[in-house]
Design a protein around this ligand. Sequence first.
Ligand SMILES: Cc1ncc(C[n+]2csc(CCOP(=O)(O)OP(=O)(O)O)c2C)c(N)n1
Ligand SMILES: [Mg+2]
Length: 283
Amino acid sequence: MIGRNLITPAKNTWCPGCGNFSLQFALKSVLGELEQSGTSLDDVVLVTGIGCHAKMADYLNLNSIYSIHGRTIPAAIGIKLANPRLKVICCAGDGDCYAEGLDHLIFAAKRNADITVIIHNNRVYGLTTGQYTPTSPLGFRGRSTPGGTTELPINPLELMLASGATFVARGYTRKMEQLRSLVKQGLLHRGFSFIDVLQICATYNNMTDYYHEHVYDLKDHDISGFETAFRKAREWDYNSDARIALGLFYQQVMPTYEDRVFAHPPDNIDSQKRIEEILQEKM
Ligand SMILES: Cc1ncc(C[n+]2csc(CCOP(=O)(O)OP(=O)(O)O)c2C)c(N)n1
Ligand SMILES: [Mg+2]
C-alpha cells in the first residue's frame, strides 16, 4: 500500500527528550521519500535488538522483527540472504552491537553485507536502567558502576573502518537534517552501511551540554580516502575537550557479501539433495 501511515498507534513509552524520537522521525521521513521515488515499503524490513531503541519495531509500521539482544545483525543477514531483494535496516543499541553482539558487527563489516546498521548510541544500557556500555565515558556513574567506570570507551568508527565497512558515518539526534541525510545515504548505499548516532539518554546519561559544545560538521572531507577517514575517526580520542566530527567519514563501492555468496553456489550440487545425504550419513 502506497502512502501508509508509518507511525503505529502503539503507546509510546520513550522518556520525554529521548533521542529515539529523532531517529524515528528521520526513518519515517526518509522511508516516505524512498517510497515516493519507487521503493515499495513492503520490501523494507526493520530488525531491532532488545532495549529502548528496539521499540522502534513497535512504533514504525514496517515489516519488523525484534531479534535477541546482541543478535540484530545475524537476523538481518539471514533475512537478506533469504531474500536479497529486501532492504534490511537494523536499529541496534550500543549495548547490543558494541558489547554482546560486537563480533557480529565486525563480521558484517568484513563481509560487506548489504544491510544498514544504525546504532542508537546513548552510551548506556537504557532499558535495564543505566549500566555502563563499551562507549560510556570514563568515570560514568551508573547502576553497575556507582564509583564510576575505570575504562576508556571504544571508538566504533575506528573499529568499523579497520573491519572493512564500506560506509561509515556519525550522526547526532539534535542535527536532524544531517541525520536524515546520513540515513538516506546509508539506505541507498550498496554494501555495509554503518551509522553511529550519538543520542542522549534523558534519564541515565544526558550529555546534551557536552555534545552541544563539542560536535562539528565535516567539511571539505574526502570520503574516498581511508587514511583521512581513519585520522578523522581518531580525532575524538575521548579526552573531554576533543572535538567530535559529524557526517560521512568514508564510502567505497565493493562487491557485497550477497554478490559473492550467490556468485558461488556449490558446484553441480543440488543443495537439498546434499543436505539429505549428510543427514543420512549421520544416522
Ligand atoms: C541475551 C540477553 N542478554 C542480556 C539481556 C538484558 N538486556 C536487555 S536490554 C539490555 C541493554 C540494552 O542496552 P542497549 O542495547 O544499549 O539499548 P538501549 O536500551 O540503551 O536503547 C540488556 C543488557 C537480554 N534481554 N538478553
Ligand atoms: Mg544504549
